[in-house]
Design a protein around this ligand. Structure first.
Ligand SMILES: Nc1ncnc2c1ncn2[C@@H]1O[C@H](COP(=O)(O)OP(=O)(O)OP(=O)(O)O)[C@@H](O)[C@H]1O
Length: 246
């Protein structure tokens, strides 16, 4: 297997509405791949199909070498996922959350304890490991969600708008952590509507109304389209995309 994720001609229809319109892309191992687009562009629908949570209408998906139609359970065991909705238990402490989700992924006893301690160390959570999640700032909660999503050491993680509502300092910290994770070989597919965050990705795909409007390395995309920032590129593509609606 060369790529961590392979998607070919992926389509999702809800009735007559096409939410995802013939997406084709691949994500290399250890790559940070950004799925960008405005609200309603089709990012969450795409990520849910890749995680095996939603059936595609048509098209091919391979994640960690597994086929989304025939091997969804193997896919779920090979990935970490942070959904748009806050996924931790607010009334449990950080430590209890890590142990709870570790248990869900089949870890227990000494192995679970060692893994939980590793995560506390890696994510520098010593000072509040016994604090209830509800009393921590949003930026830290998202960092903890990220730590928890890695409890079973998945080779691929999917993050759906993980920095939504996080302040700029927290967002920067979050992205530094994503880079650390990727440098250790984990593949990261992340969605965002903050276009400045595209700069942190190795490769991006810009979606407009379910379609691919641009795909590539951020620096190259900016130079090809003659724009200074990813935000400018996105505005340009959105305008063109809307004009193209049939
Ligand atoms: N179950 C559903 N039934 C009908 N339409 C849906 C359903 N789920 C999503 N959609 C529609 O599909 C389109 C894409 O939604 P999606 O949530 O994937 O967008 P998004 O890019 O993730 O945006 P957001 O950040 O707002 O979630 C939207 O127009 C949405 O209303």
């Amino acid at each position: 297997m060369t790529n961590a994720i392979e998607v070919e001609n992926l389509v999702k229809r809800f009735g007559s509405f096409i939410a995802v319109n013939h997406l084709t892309f691949s994500v290399g191992k250890g790559e940070i791949f950004g799925l960008l687009g405005a609200n309603g562009a089709g990012k969450t629908t795409t990520i849910r199909m890749l995680c095996g949570l939603l059936s595609p209408t048509s098209g091919k998906i391979s994640v960690a070498g597994y086929d989304a139609y025939t091997q969804p359970e193997q896919i779920r065991a090979s990935i970490g996922y942070i959904s748009q909705k806050f996924s931790l238990y607010s009334d449990l402490t950080v430590w209890e959350n890590i142990r709870f989700f570790g248990g869900i992924y089949g870890l227990w006893g000494k192995e679970l304890r060692i893994r939980a301690l590793e995560l506390v160390e890696e994510f520098k959570m010593h000072d509040f490991k016994d604090t209830k999640v509800e009393s921590l700032p949003v930026g830290w909660r998202q960092r903890i969600s990220l730590a928890v999503s890695l409890v079973h050491k998945p080779p691929i993680i999917f993050l759906d708008e993980p920095t939504s509502g996080v302040d700029p300092v927290g967002r920067r910290m979050f992205w530094e952590t994503i880079h650390q994770i990727s440098s250790m070989g984990t593949t990261v597919l992340v969605t965002t509507h903050y276009m400045d965050e595209a700069e942190y990705c190795h490769t991006v795909l810009v979606m407009v109304d379910g379609r691919i409007e641009a795909q590539g390395v951020p620096a190259q995309l900016k130079s090809t389209h003659g724009v200074e920032s990813m935000n400018d590129l996105f505005l340009l593509l959105s305008r063109n995309g809307k004009l193209n609606i049939e």
